[in-house]
Write a protein that binds this ligand. Structure first.
Ligand code: NDP
Length: 487
């Protein structure tokens, strides 16, 4: 049976490229190619820009409330097609359907709905200056580029297009080459909902296509999600014409479990923050600091639950709660970190090997892995692994753990477990991270701004401030009296 080939999505429909260049996409749970995708060649790139210019002219002059109505239709379609879209995400990413079914599409739709609701609330200001006055207008930027990672492909496309479109911009989105289909499905939904042609275009390909977006002079802003090292390159290219940037990058986030914590709850958080989406989540709490007095009970419960509650297998099986890593290369990278952990003296308590479950024997699985006896200088404690690998560290003192938790160039997220409310807030206020949880981990509602401190990012996604970052302020000074001129 021949496999389908998808094309770039430009101006409300699929557009064939001229070069005939394609790439293939592999299902991580089977290791088999499932479809091909055409690369956005020069012809497609040119069309994408011309179309986005035309789309922007139309969309930006519609009233915000008209945009709200159209975006809300897209939200309804996303929710209606939840199961179909969740399946697309499972086949592309290898994550379990039990997650994709209730998280990926839903949280994407929530964000578009949130920004659709906010669109008509954007106000300018007016201020009197003597007998003159000025007012300000919030105007759209123009064409914004979105570049996405492979772990939450559809959700990332929604999180970038939602505020961009609500503010009246056009968006050209490039998904990761490993997970290209979700963005096409979103584009089809936008078109069906009535978003004018050219307002949301999807270009496909690897780094070169991303690079083209970041250097193109017609693009005003780049919102990027991916690795820190790629983010630096993107920011550098974006500087060529001083594009605005939002950077959602990697993390090595701490979870601090104090002696008065509810240990079972803290174990739940640590497992969620290391094994959900088989560990491929940017905010993961991969450095788990546990107070010495609860260390043993924490580790005992963690190991017992890890050894008995994980079900790896065909991610389309609703019982499965551990999926396959995105690719063979990525699995090898995760395994190489595990080897380094062993070599550098950490104790491997569980996992550390590949899995070959009966229902998905050729998938790129890695068993949930827990290291103890970790020290702050170990590679597994310092570097983002992006797989199901948890490092547990012991601490004795509040100030000690705060400074150890902050001893990293990254600052995406952090969590604290304590029943002492003063301590919980006191500690969280001293952690240098943008997304923080107290007695919780991982929830990220549309209303809450998210983004990193230090090298974990620039700017925010979600929350009210994000809509502002897709607009620019125009000040208009109005003279009410004759100009006093010395000339
Ligand atoms: P990458 O940085 O490898 O890629 C991200 C995107 O950038 C992909 O679409 C990629 O294309 C593209 N790209 C690669 N090189 C360039 C370039 N020079 N110029 C422009 N675009 C380029 O990240 P991953 O896809 O591997 O994603 C994992 C990373 O994403 C982790 O570090 C994770 O922490 C981070 N992440 C951060 C989140 C946050 O909100 N802070 C959320 C999710 C993930 P292609 O893949 O096709 O080569």
């Amino acid at each position: 049976m021949s496999l389908p080939t998808y094309q770039n999505y430009i101006h409300g429909k699929a557009l064939a490229n001229k070069s005939r260049e394609t790439f293939s996409v592999t299902n991580p749970a089977t290791g088999k190619v499932i479809y091909h995708v055409e690369v956005a060649d020069e012809f497609v790139q040119k069309q994408a820009i011309e179309s986005a210019k035309a789309g922007f002219e139309k969309w930006s002059t519609m009233t915000p409330i008209e945009r709200t109505r159209i975006l809300n239709k897209a939200v309804a379609l996303l929710r209606e097609r939840n199961d179909e879209l969740a399946t697309v995400e499972v086949l592309d990413t290898g994550k379990p359907i039990q997650e994709a079914n209730c998280v990926d599409v839903e949280t994407g739709a929530d964000v578009i709905e949130y920004f659709a609701g906010l669109a008509p609330t954007q106000l300018g200001t007016q201020q009197q200056v003597g007998s003159d006055f000025f007012y300000t207008r919030k105007e759209a930027l123009g064409i914004c580029a979105g570049i996405g990672a492979w772990n939450y492909p559809l959700q990332i496309a929604c999180w970038k297009s939602g505020p961009a479109l609500a503010a009246g911009n056009a968006c050209i989105f490039k998904p990761s080459e490993e997970t290209p289909l979700g963005a096409i499905k979103l584009a089809e939904i936008f078109t069906e909902a009535g978003v004018p042609d050219g307002v949301f275009n999807v270009v496909q390909g690897a780094a070169e296509v991303g690079q083209w977006l970041t250097t193109n002079p017609d693009i005003e802003k780049v919102s990027f999600t991916g690795e820190v090292s790629t983010g630096k390159k993107v920011m550098q290219s974006a500087a060529s014409n001083l594009k605005d940037v939002t950077m959602e990058l990697g993390g090595k986030s701490p979870l601090i479990v104090f002696d008065d914590a509810n240990v079972s709850q803290a174990v739940s958080a640590a497992m969620l923050g290391n094994f959900y989406t088989q560990g491929e989540v940017c905010t993961n709490c991969t450095r788990v600091f546990v107070h010495r007095s609860v260390y043993q009970s924490f580790v005992d419960e963690l190991i017992s639950r890890t050894n008995s509650n994980i079900i790896a297998g065909d991610p389309l099986d609703p019982e499965v709660n551990l999926g396959a890593l995105i690719s063979e290369n990525h699995r090898n990278l995760v395994l190489s970190y595990i080897e380094k952990g062993k070599q550098e003296g950490a104790t491997l308590l569980t996992g550390g090997h590949t899995l070959s479950p009966e229902s998905a024997p050729n998938g790129f699985f890695v068993a949930p892995t827990v290291f103890t006896d970790c020290t702050d200088d170990m590679t597994i404690v310092k570097e983002e692994i992006f797989g199901p690998v948890m490092s547990v560290l012991v601490f004795d003192d509040e100030q000690e753990v705060i400074s150890r938790a902050n001893d990293t160039v990254l600052g995406l997220a952090a969590g604290v477990f304590s029943q002492n409310i003063q301590r919980a807030h006191r500690v969280i206020h001293q952690l240098k991270a943008g997304i923080c949880w107290i007695n919780s981990y991982g929830n990220s509602p549309a209303e809450m701004p998210v983004g990193g401190y230090k090298q974990s990012g620039v700017g925010r996604e979600n929350g009210v401030e994000t809509l502002n970052s897709y607009t620019q302020t125009k000040s208009v000074y109005v003279g009410m009296t004759d100009i006093e001129s010395p000339f």
